[in-house]
Write a protein that binds this ligand. Structure first.
Ligand code: OFO
Length: 165
């Protein structure tokens, strides 16, 4: 049985994962409109992954005798300026999610809930990968800068970069 404190913290994470999915969906749509099909595909895929992260938490909370709450979500931004700025935001968002997972892990130790601690290790590993991937694409785009040819190749190749999950 989950403690109330942990149930609330997990529900907060459910919201964060759902909002992440919306943020990435919005980035995908923005990129698609800009003609960046590869980036759009990459971000649509990422949005799906975040939804899967959310669902995994929903099922876990209910399985452990809690109630996973589906709440309203903050609307994401719809304009991102440049691809560089968008990828900077993606990276910062992943860092934020990692911090949130870390806090959650900390609470499991405080509450001596080792099953949830164990369950969350998947998220810890996933965030390591996602942060690394976001850093890689950000480094690449910063290197490319305004070079149109470089951007063309970046957009063509980005879809091959995914996180295993
Ligand atoms: Fe990349 O946020 Fe989920 O875990």
């Amino acid at each position: 049985m989950l403690s109330k404190r942990l149930e609330e913290a997990l529900n907060k994470q459910i919201r964060i994962e759902a909002e992440s999915s919306q943020v990435y969906l919005s980035m995908a749509s923005w990129a698609e409109v800009k003609g960046l099909e590869g980036v759009a595909g990459f971000m649509y895929g990422h949005a799906d992954e975040e939804r899967m992260h959310m669902l995994k938490l929903v099922k876990y909370v209910n399985e452990r005798g809690g109630h996973a709450v589906v709440s309203d979500l903050k609307a994401p931004e719809t304009e991102f300026g440049t691809l560089q700025k968008m990828l900077q935001k993606l990276f910062e968002h992943e860092v934020f999610v990692s911090q949130s997972i870390n806090e959650l892990v900390h609470i499991t130790l405080d509450e001596k809930d080792y099953a949830t601690h164990n369950f969350l290790q998947w998220y810890v590993a996933e965030q390591l990968e996602e942060e690394a991937l976001a850093r890689t694409v950000l480094d690449k785009i910063n290197l490319i800068g305004d070079d149109k040819g470089g951007l063309y190749l970046f957009d063509r190749d980005i879809q091959q970069l995914t996180v295993e999950s």
